[in-house]
Design a protein around this ligand. Structure first.
Ligand code: HEM
Length: 199
């Protein structure tokens, strides 16, 4: 793909990535989020955080399978969208679910294991977002790669957070977990060398 093609693809992906947030905003403003709009907002933004984490992790395997190294230029934007949705998810929980009652929020973080794990995932995402610029990449050199491997821990924590919070039907978090397992398998050295569609 030529650089111009990548730019267009990036623009299209940017608009698509922003769409769920805009639809949620529109739903909230038009009172169309059901009987418990706050729960819908918190849950949907949580789902989108996890989806964007998985989409970001998909880029390397896609590059490996297709040989399109330009795909890597989409990865940072997708990762930042994961952070954007995580920030929305956390802010909605703090602002609309807990009304800024910091004691209650702190108790939740300490006493409800699924919130503890969610918080851990969020805290680990922050340094990745901060160091996502070209300048930071140059400054950190090899350490940048090491640091950004944290995304694997974050994605696992995201799936565990989801698994722990569902009360009965665990199908959805298990599906996310299976997708994550496949994506992580592509990081194994033996599979990293597999190039089925490349000349
Ligand atoms: C990378 C970080 C995170 C990811 C990937 C994530 C993901 C998710 C997912 C997938 C859901 C379930 C959505 C559904 O039921 O359809 C969820 C729900 C939720 N998350 Fe997170 N989350 C993260 C961080 C956090 C943090 C930092 C907090 C709060 C401190 C939090 C609090 C909640 C709450 C309160 C719910 C709703 C629980 C319920 O309605 O029973 N999450 N999250």
């Amino acid at each position: 793909m030529n650089p111009r093609g990548v730019r267009y693809l990036k623009l299209i992906l940017f608009v698509l990535s922003l769409t769920p947030a805009l639809l949620l905003l529109e739903g909230a403003l038009s009172d169309a989020l059901g009987t418990n709009p706050v729960e819908t907002l918190v849950r949907d933004t949580g789902q989108w955080t996890l989806r964007f984490l998985l989409i970001t992790l998909l880029i390397s395997p896609l590059r490996q399978l297709t040989g399109q190294s330009q795909l890597l230029r989409l990865r940072r934007m997708l990762g930042l969208f994961a952070f954007f949705y995580a920030l929305l998810h956390l802010s909605l929980y703090i602002g609309l679910d807990k009304f800024l009652y910091w004691d209650e929020i702190l108790n939740d973080i300490l006493d409800r294991p699924f919130i503890t794990i969610g918080m851990l995932a969020f805290v680990l995402l922050v340094p990745l977002a901060i160091t996502s610029t070209d300048a930071m990449m140059r400054r950190l050199g090899r350490n940048w790669v090491k640091l950004h491997k944290l995304v694997y821990v974050i994605a696992v924590a995201g799936v565990v957070h989801f698994y722990m919070l569902v009360k009965a039907d665990v199908t959805e978090p298990v599906i996310y977990g299976l997708i994550l397992a496949v994506l992580l398998m592509f990081r194994l050295p033996a599979i990293k060398r597999w190039r089925p569609f490349r000349a």
